[in-house]
Design a protein around this ligand. Structure first.
Ligand code: ZN
Length: 163
């Protein structure tokens, strides 16, 4: 379930996704929030340099492993513009982070990519629950998900032009 209090963080994720797209990366952004509601860490996709593991959710897991106790990690919420890929879901689980709230689902993303006749990712888009079944997960968020879709459409249009 998504609460009114989740919305500012989700909007920040979409903003970070837009920043990533503007910088030539893929439109994804994520924030790590403490039990008290403080943003502890945030990042955006940074794959344009050629390292396709530079996902924000992966960076969040690494940051949390270095900076937070296991109890603090479990009390966090990770907000993200797009549902975690299997790599990031696994990192989330191994590090022991808490709830996940995503704006748009992997299923939506694959549907959009198919509609745009864009290439599919090399890693299968499994639901988070298939990778880390005990993590509470909420999403997608109607309305905001359409903003994410528009970013992916812009990304695809840009790639079409440069191809
Ligand atoms: Zn990922």
């Amino acid at each position: 379930m998504i609460a009114e209090s989740d919305l500012p963080y989700l909007k920040r994720c979409v903003e970070l996704a837009r920043e990533a797209l503007d910088a030539g990366d893929e439109p994804f952004g994520s924030v790590l929030v403490s039990a008290q509601g403080e943003i502890l860490f945030e990042d955006r996709n940074r794959v344009a340099g050629g390292d396709h593991t530079r996902h924000p959710e992966f960076e969040i897991a690494r940051w949390a492993a270095t900076h937070l106790s296991p109890a603090d990690r479990a009390a966090t919420t990770v907000y993200t513009s797009g549902e975690h890929c299997p790599m990031c879901a696994a990192a989330h689980g191994w590090v022991g982070l808490g709830r996940i709230v995503y704006v748009s689902s992997s299923r939506q993303l694959i549907g959009w990519l198919n509609e745009m006749k864009a290439g599919l990712p090399p890693v299968r888009a499994l639901p988070i629950q298939d990778i880390v079944p005990t993590v509470p997960v909420a999403g997608p968020v109607p309305g905001l998900a359409e903003e994410v879709r528009a970013l992916h459409e812009r990304r695809h249009a840009q790639r079409g032009r440069s191809a």
